[in-house]
Design a protein around this ligand. Structure first.
Ligand code: MN
Ligand code: MN
Length: 288
C-alpha cells in the first residue's frame, strides 16, 4: 500500500515538477526511494505503532524517507525514526514547502503550515531537511507537519541544530546512523515568554522536552549483527525553552532514562544483552 501510494505521489509530484521546472537533469523517481521504509525502523518500532485508525495516539505513518508514530491528541509525532547515510545527501535546495500531511486520516485534524504562526515556537523538523538533500522530492518530504514539533527557537536554531550538524559530520566521516527524535511532556517557553501548553486552538501540544537517540556504525551491511556493547549511542534530553544552553553535550542522558520518561522502547530488535549494555551508557565522546 505504502509503496503504491508513495509511487503515485512521486508520479504526481513528478508530473507537476516536469510542468513547472526545466526537465531532464534530475531523475523523477529518486534512487533513494527504492529502499523500503523498513530500513528506518530496522532497530525496532519504539511504540509498536500500527497504521490503524483505532490507534489515534500511536498511528504508524511509514514513508520512504522516514517513519513516524503520529499522536492525534498531541498534534505531532510521538517519534520519528530515520536512517542516515551518504546516499541521502546531495545538493537539493531546501524546499520550505511546509504543508499538512495527507497520511493523517481525513477524519482527524491535520495540522497546517500556519498553525504555529505567532506562537513563539518554530516549526522544528524532527527528521532534518538537511538530512534529506538527495533530490528535490526527498527534501520536500521532510516538510510535512507531522515531522514538526513546536520548538523553542533557541533549542531549534542552536543546540538542536548543532547536534544535527554533528550527525552529518559523522556521516561525512564514513558512518551510517539510526536516529529517533521527538518531544515529550507539556509546556515549553518560546520567544513570547511564559509557559505555553498548547497552540493552534489546542490542536498542538507544546512539548516540555525534546529528545533524540542516535546509534552510530561505520558504513557497512548487516547492521544489527554489527552492533556490540561498544557501539556508540548518543541520547539527549533537552528543555524546550529559550533558556537552553547551546552545548548539546551537557544534555546527554542514557537511553534507559529516555525510555523511562517517554514510555518508548528503543532498539527492541537488538539482542537483550547488547540492548541493556547500550542503553545504560551515557555518551562521553566528542561533541564536534
Ligand atoms: Mn530545526
Ligand atoms: Mn530498549
Amino acid at each position: 500500500m505504502t509503496f503504491l501510494k508513495n509511487n503515485l505521489l512521486v508520479v504526481t509530484l513528478g508530473l507537476f515538477w516536469l510542468g513547472a521546472c526545466q526537465p531532464k537533469s534530475e531523475p523523477v523517481v529518486d534512487p533513494a526511494t527504492e529502499t523500503s521504509s523498513e530500513v528506518h525502523i530496522a532497530l525496532g518500532n519504539p511504540s509498536n505503532a500500527q497504521t490503524d485508525i483505532n490507534s489515534p495516539t500511536n498511528y504508524l505513518i511509514a514513508k520512504d524517507e522516514f517513519v513516524l508514530s503520529y499522536n492525534r491528541d498531541r498534534g505531532q509525532a510521538n517519534w520519528v525514526s530515520w536512517h542516515l547515510d551518504n546516499t541521502w545527501r546531495g545538493s537539493a535546495e531546501r524546499q520550505d514547502d511546509f504543508r499538512p500531511d495527507v497520511d493523517v486520516p481525513q477524519e482527524w485534524y491535520r495540522v497546517t503550515q500556519n498553525d504555529y504562526r505567532s506562537s513563539g515556537f518554530d516549526r522544528g523538523h524532527l527528521c532534518p531537511s538537511a538530512d534529506r538533500t538527495h533530490s528535490t522530492l526527498v527534501n520536500s518530504s521532510t516538510f510535512v507537519m507531522t515531522n514538526m514539533i513546536p520548538q523553542a527557537p533557541a533549542n531549534n536554531r542552536e543546540t538542536w541544530r548543532f547536534l544535527e550538524e554533528y550527525c552529518r559530520d559523522l556521516v561525512d566521516a564514513g558512518n551510517e546512523l539510526y536516529i529517533m527524535a521527538g518531544g515529550y511532556g507539556q509546556g515549553g517557553t518560546g520567544s513570547n515568554g511564559g509557559v505555553t501548553n498548547d497552540i493552534a486552538n489546542g490542536n498542538v501540544v507544546v512539548p516540555a522536552h525534546t529528545w533524540k537517540v542516535i546509534l552510530i556504525l561505520p558504513n557497512g551491511s548487516d547492521d544489527i549483527a554489527r552492533i556490540t556493547a561498544d557501539t556508540r549511542v548518543i541520547a539527549v534530553d533537552m528543555p524546550n525553552a529559550q533558556s537552553i544552553a547551546n552545548d548539546w553535550g551537557q544534555y546527554r542522558v542514557s537511553v534507559d532514562a529516555l525510555e523511562q520518561v517517554t514510555g518508548l522502547d528503543f532498539f527492541s530488535k537488538v539482542s537483550t544483552n547488547i540492548q541493556a549494555a547500550l542503553e545504560a551508557k551515557v555518551d562521553d565522546g566528542p561533541t564536534r
